[in-house]
Every structure is written in structure tokens, then in C-alpha cells.
Design a protein around this ligand. Structure first.
Ligand code: NAD
Length: 426
């Protein structure tokens, strides 16, 4: 391979990919090409993705309905739409009513994990295209249901694994495919975070006005076990198994997903995970999910992921190291890419010695990726692109996450059975 030439090509294409994520300039589209949007879940992610959508494809979308079970978030979204579009959307507490509003083409579902299943199925059966935040679903079985419904409906489903639209991961995939790092059998992935003792991990601020009167607790619970109103569970749902898989499905799925994407993998053969609540152990903290998790994956064709996550030190940040026998590609914090050729103790073969290191940084690249991801979804709905993160790849990534949860909670290695499309613990 002509390394120097191809390296320049990668950089050029990367810059192109980054630019491609900017505001869309399309040939004049008629009113019929504006998609009516319904938005379900306008919390932290919903608010952010809506802003990214307005940055990316403002002329292609018109938000006509928003739904949230906490009045404060719903009002914020309604005001945002009014400010950007000059017209207020209709508001709903019950997403099923939103789905009945005539004229809605696409629905963004940015609600907690345990609600994805029922909301995605209802939206697909109402004939909507959906942008569904990761993880695809709360269990493997629910994920299959969504996948089948998506295939049957013929509608576009874009799962919110935006790293697939990130120019640096797209470049990493090209570099791996071109053989720049040789054979690759091993990926090291990690996500480290830290915070001060008065801001425990995932104990996000609860809105001061939140009460049982302006928070629809029953609709939040949905299919989960009934319990009395509990603000912590509502606003900090990631910490409880009924609504979340914790690190496995909140963070790790991004990294199984992008390893699948970069290295051409799908579903692992097995997973062995361990960890616990080591850092956030205050006696009043009733969190259930671990703050410390390691997971080892075996994949077909001799491929391994070594995953580690800890919420008590963020020195190493967030990233993936793709380790080839001729070089390493490292993507850090979604905005830095490094390539290092192997040095073979100072005596590399000539073809490897000729490979120059690559060091790139694209500030705010995750925002750009989310904009590109939303744009890809909208263009797919308009028939001008193919969705880059359909339900099937969302399910493949989520299976990795669910296997880690199952292994951790059962304290056993779990195996994936491709024949039965299910896991076993022995
Ligand atoms: N792709 C990413 O990088 C990324 C980042 C963060 C979050 N997420 C995903 O986004 C989703 C939402 O996470 P978040 O951080 O915004 O949580 P959040 O708690 O901030 O927001 C969830 C919102 O859903 C609302 N809600 C709860 N039950 C509802 C119901 N029955 N009907 C309508 N609205 C309801 C809540 O009131 C809240 O406003 C999760 O799936 C999460 O994993 C993805």
C-alpha cells in the first residue's frame, strides 16, 4: 500500500466528512419535503438532539408535537420550537395520543431505556419513521421485537449510536480496512469518569419544582414494576435495574457498536464481566448498578474486546485502542485520532517503517457527529441516503451490553448462541 499517499487521502476525506456534517445545502425542496416531527422525551438528550437537529437540517423539519411526562421538560421543548420555528407544537403527556396526531412523519424517541420497546413498537405500527436513542431496548428479547417490527414496517429506524456518523471513526474504519495496522484481533475500550463527592456519578440534579403533580409517575414506570412515586428513580433512572442496564447499556454499547463498525464485527461469542459499587458507597445512596465494570468479550474469528469503566478517576478519559500487529489506532473522546506504527523494538520492516504517525483533533466532533447522524436519518426518510445505524446494528451493539449485564448480575460467563439467537450461562 502506498502509505504516504493513502494517509493524505484519509486526512482529506476526514475533513470532507466533517464538513459534510454541517448545515445541509440541498437543491430547493418543496413544502412536501418538510418532515413533520413528533418528539417523545424532552429531557437532557431530547433537548440536546433537538438542538442538533435544528443546527443540521432546519429547513427539512417542522416539529408539530412534543410529549413528556414532566411538565418542565415539555414546556422547555415547546418554547424552543416556538423560538426556532415561530409556531408552538401541540403538547402531550401520553405518547400514544401524540402518535394519533395527523400528519406526523417522523418521531424522535429520547426517553429512558425501559420505555424504548413499547414506544418504538407503537410508533412503527402507527407508520412512523423513528430516531430511537441507544440502547435499542432494555432486554435482548425486546430488541428482537423492535428489529422485526422495523423490518416488517419498512420504515427507517436510526438508533442513536452517533459514533457511526463521526468522521474520526469513519476514518479509523477506512484505515483498518486498508490494512494500515495489519491484522487486528484486539480492541481495548474504556470510559473513565470522576466527580467531586458532592456530585455523585449519575445523581443528576432533580428539578427543584418536580412533584407528583407535574411528573406523571405511572407513565414513567410504563412496563416496569409498580412502586410509590420516587424522584430519584424518575430523574436518576440510570442507577436502577428496572429502567437501565447501567454502564453496560448506557456507555459500553457505544463502544461495542463502534468496535463492530471499525473492525467489521457483529455479535460476540461470550462475555465475562465483573465489578461493583466501589466509589459511590454513601449509606443513603440506593444505587443498584455498578460504578466499576470490566468486561472481556470473545468474538468469532479470534477477536477480543477488553472493556473497562470506572467512575472514580478520569485520567484516561474515553476511547478505544484498535491494536493491530502492525500498528495502533486510538480514538479519544470522540475528537482525537492517533495512528502509531509498530516499532518492533526499533527494527520495523521497511514497509511498516514507511508509515507516518497520524495525529488529528477535531474539537466538538461529537456535536458534529450527532448533527450528521440526524441528517443521515432525515435524508434516509426522504429516500436520499441509507440509515447508518438501523435497528439490526443497534441490536448487535446492545447484545454486547446486555451480555455484560447478565454476566455481572449472574456472576457467570455468558455465551451467545447464534442458532437460538439467545444467551446461555453454562
Ligand atoms: N447517544 C448518546 O450519546 C446519548 C447520550 C445521553 C443519553 N442517551 C440516551 O437518551 C435516552 C434519554 O436519556 P436522558 O439522559 O435524556 O434522560 P433524561 O431523564 O434526562 O430524559 C428522559 C425524559 O423522558 C421523559 N419521560 C419519562 N417517561 C416518559 C414517558 N412515558 N413519556 C414521555 N416522556 C417520558 C422524562 O420526563 C425526561 O424528560 C436514553 O436512552 C439514553 O441512553 C444517549
Amino acid at each position: 500500500m502506498p502509505e504516504e499517499l493513502s494517509r493524505r487521502g484519509f486526512i482529506k476525506r476526514s475533513a470532507g466528512a466533517a464538513l459534510a456534517a454541517g448545515p445541509v445545502v440541498l437543491p430547493a425542496l418543496g413544502a412536501n419535503n418538510t418532515l413533520n416531527v413528533g418528539w417523545v422525551g424532552t429531557g437532557s438528550r431530547g433537548n440536546y438532539v433537538m438542538n442538533m437537529m435544528y443546527e443540521s437540517v432546519p429547513q427539512l423539519v417542522h416539529v408539530t408535537a412534543v410529549c413528556d411526562t414532566y411538565q418542565g421538560h415539555m414546556n422547555r421543548a415547546k418554547d424552543r420550537v416556538q423560538t426556532v420555528e415561530g409556531a408552538a407544537p401541540k403538547t402531550y403527556v401520553d405518547y400514544r395520543e401524540l402518535l394519533q396526531q395527523p400528519g406526523i412523519d417522523i418521531v424522535f424517541i429520547t426517553t429512558p431505556e425501559h420505555l424504548h420497546h413499547e414506544m418504538a413498537l407503537a410508533a412503527l405500527s402507527a407508520g412512523k419513521h423513528i430516531y430511537l436513542e441507544k440502547p435499542l431496548a432494555h432486554t435482548i428479547e425486546e430488541g428482537w421485537d423492535i428489529m422485526k417490527a422495523a423490518e416488517k414496517s419498512g420504515k427507517v429506524v436510526q438508533v442513536g449510536t452517533q459514533n457511526r456518523s463521526n468522521s474520526l471513526y469513519i476514518m479509523a474504519k477506512e484505515l483498518v480496512a486498508q490494512g494500515l495496522i495489519g491484522d487486528i484481533h484486539y480492541t481495548r475500550a474504556y470510559w473513565y469518569r470522576n466527580s467531586l463527592s458532592n456530585a455523585p456519578a449519575w445523581r443528576y440534579a432533580i428539578p427543584p419544582d418536580a412533584s407528583e403533580q407535574n411528573t406523571d409517575w405511572k407513565r414513567f414506570l410504563g412496563p416496569a414494576a409498580k412502586r410509590p412515586f420516587d424522584k430519584n428513580r424518575y430523574y436518576q433512572w440510570r442507577l436502577y435495574w428496572d429502567y437501565s442496564g447501567g454502564i453496560s447499556t448506557d456507555l459500553l454499547v457505544h463502544q461495542t457498536d463502534i468496535t463492530n463498525f471499525v473492525c467489521g464485527k457483529t455479535v460476540p461469542l461470550s462475555c465475562m464481566a465483573s465489578g461493583g459499587v466501589y466509589r459511590w458507597v454513601d449509606a443513603n445512596d440506593d444505587r443498584e448498578v455498578p460504578d466499576t465494570l470490566s468486561a472481556l468479550y470473545e468474538y468469532p474469528d479470534k477477536f477480543h474486546i477488553n472493556y473497562s469503566c470506572y467512575f472514580g478517576n478520569d485520567h484516561f478519559g474515553y476511547g478505544e485502542d484498535f491494536l493491530g500487529n502492525e500498528g495502533t489506532i486510538q480514538v479519544l473522546n470522540r475528537q482525537i485520532l492517533h495512528f502509531y506504527p509498530e516499532s518492533f523494538r526499533g527494527k520495523p520492516p521497511a514497509n511498516i517503517a514507511a508509515r507516518k504517525e497520524i495525529h488529528l483533533e477535531i474539537p466538538n466532533n461529537d456535536n458534529t457527529a450527532v448533527q450528521a447522524h440526524v441528517k443521515n436519518f432525515v435524508l434516509a426518510v426522504l429516500g436520499k441516503a441509507k440509515a447508518i445505524a438501523p435497528a439490526s446494528v443497534g441490536q448487535e451493539a446492545a447484545i454486547g451490553g446486555h451480555l455484560a449485564t447478565l454476566s455481572y448480575r449472574n456472576n457467570k460467563k455468558v455465551f451467545w448462541e447464534e442458532k437460538t439467537k439467545n444467551y446461555r450461562t453454562s
